[in-house]
Design a protein around this ligand. Structure first.
Ligand code: PLP
Length: 385
């Protein structure tokens, strides 16, 4: 047989996050590697979807999402950030924020366009750039505050630079970009005329009284920012695949047409469930999310510190980058496997978040777990001391 794989298969590989989940399953361990929230889905969201199926909402929707969902997203964005959005022309509901980012990059970038990616990065951001034939340009940030300067950005500027990805709150570092940092990005984006692709999926997971600032709300940023978010994390529905992009109407149609081509539409009854959640849940729901997850963060940071694995305390999102250099092994993968076999707790080797070997002393732990599971994971980690 002379058949062979297309060249594009080399652009994507199975993520280390999925690999560690498989290794964890083999030994029946506690999986703190993947960001699957197993916390409860709000009743109003579940009922909304169940009733929608029973009422016959089972066919295709408009390619960019149901009217009522786009209206609910626009209203939520207005409530939380003061952004005024036209729900008819400036929103595309997609297959999760992952689908939304892919459609945006596919529609707005040309092959060979350079896009800044802050490092450590979320692997899907890198893969999305590669799969859409954009070229990642890395800006290294370091613990504990993962900061950067205007000079860092200017150093990588070139005529090929077309965009920048801003993930706030960030996976894996937990960094919440400050107003000053976003201001630097907006000055830079204006000077070099760049798209700013955001990933704000953890917008409600911010700790210690911090506030999430959507980059599109900075002066002059609305037209060049593609705001991306979704409900996977906020409603604990990672498998439902509902996310969205918000952009100036100049960009929205092209993004929407790729969404139509790739996904046709997001799942119809699940769009209804999410709409009910957005319309019915009050501010208390969102603020209680932050306080519930802050307690989980504190619990696991404490256990990691007791185990002699220095945690870099996250400001937001639900991951902790941790220094695991004291564990045996030459690479982060060997150290993470050692931890898995000693304690039955799976984490993601730091190498998954860097394009070179800078992550070898790090690992990422996810704390989006029910308390009893997290408590058991903490007991096991503490047994390392
Ligand atoms: N963006 C980031 C930074 C994530 O960490 C994740 C999931 O772990 C996603 C996006 C996936 O979001 P969605 O389920 O909306 O595709």
């Amino acid at each position: 047989m002379a058949l062979y794989l297309g060249k594009r298969h080399e652009w994507v590989v199975q993520s280390e996050i999925r690999n560690m989940s498989l290794e964890c399953d083999k030994i029946g361990g506690i999986n703190l590697s993947q960001g699957i929230c197993d916390t409860e889905v709000p009743v109003v969201v579940r009922r909304g979807a169940q009733e929608a199926i029973d009422r016959g909402f089972n066919t295709y929707t408009r390619y960019d999402g149901l009217d009522e969902l786009r209206k609910a997203i626009a209203e939520k964005q207005r409530r939380f950030s003061g952004m005024e959005i036209d729900p008819d022309k400036e929103i595309v509901v997609s297959a999760g924020s992952t689908g939304a980012l892919f459609c945006a990059c596919f529609a707005l970038l040309d092959p060979g366009d350079e896009v800044i990616l802050f490092e450590p990065y979320y692997g899907y951001h890198l893969s999305t750039l590669i799969a859409t034939q954009a070229v990642p340009v890395y800006i290294r940030t370091n613990p504990p505050d993962w900061s950067f300067s205007l000079e860092d950005l200017k150093r990588v500027a070139s005529p090929k630079l077309r965009g920048i990805i801003v993930n706030t709150p960030a996976n894996p570092s937990g960094k919440v970009f400050s107003f000053n940092e976003l201001d630097i990005i907006s000055q830079f984006a204006a000077e070099y005329d760049l798209f700013v692709f955001t990933d704000e999926i953890y917008e409600h997971f911010v700790y210690d009284g911090r506030k999430h600032i959507p980059p599109a709300t900075l002066p002059g940023m609305k037209e060049r920012t593609i705001t991306i978010s979704g409900l996977s994390k906020t409603f604990s529905i990672t498998g439902w695949r509902i996310g969205y992009s918000i952009s100036h109407e100049r960009w929205t149609k092209a993004i929407g047409y790729f969404n139509d081509l790739l996904y046709v539409c997001a799942p119809a009854p699940l769009q209804i469930g999410v709409t009910e959640g957005l319309n019915e849940l009050n501010l208390d729901y969102y603020s209680s999310l932050a306080s519930i997850y802050q307690k989980k963060r504190d619990m696991i940071c404490d256990a990691l510190a007791k185990a002699g694995l220095k945690p870099y305390i996250p400001e937001g999102a639900y991951y902790i980058l941790t220094d695991i250099s004291r564990l045996p092994g030459k690479t982060s993968k060997e150290r993470a496997m050692n931890l898995l076999h000693k304690t039955g707790v799976a984490c993601v080797p730091g190498e998954a978040f860097y394009h070179d070997d800078s992550g070898e002393s790090l690992a990422r732990f996810c704390f989006a777990k029910e308390d009893n599971i997290l408590e058991e994971a903490c007991r096991r980690l503490e047994s390392l001391q």
